[in-house]
Design a protein around this ligand. Structure first.
Ligand code: SF4
Length: 79
């Protein structure tokens, strides 16, 4: 069985309202800054998520009522 491909977790800061439900759903993956806005791994608006952590990333995406998070195929896996 092959490991699932790396995907990129993407935050849209213009739709995020900073309530932190994503961090509650995936506390090992998403942190919160001092104002309650999400901090993705690496601190940017995009974070590559290895296959073994995709379940956590999906939990964060599904928890977001503002649709401010999504997953896309990581750049090195696109053709
Ligand atoms: S759940 Fe969505 S709206 Fe709430 S802090 Fe996380 S990304 Fe922002």
């Amino acid at each position: 069985m092959t490991a699932p491909a790396t995907q990129t977790l993407v935050l849209n800061p213009t739709t995020c309202d900073g309530r932190g439900l994503c961090a509650e759903a995936a506390p090992g993956l998403v942190g919160l800054d001092e104002w309650g806005f999400p901090l993705l791994p690496g601190g940017g608006l995009r974070a590559d998520i290895p296959g073994e952590r995709l379940a956590e990333a999906r939990d964060a995406v599904h928890a977001c009522p503002a649709l401010a998070l999504h997953l896309e195929l990581a750049a090195r896996h696109r053709r």
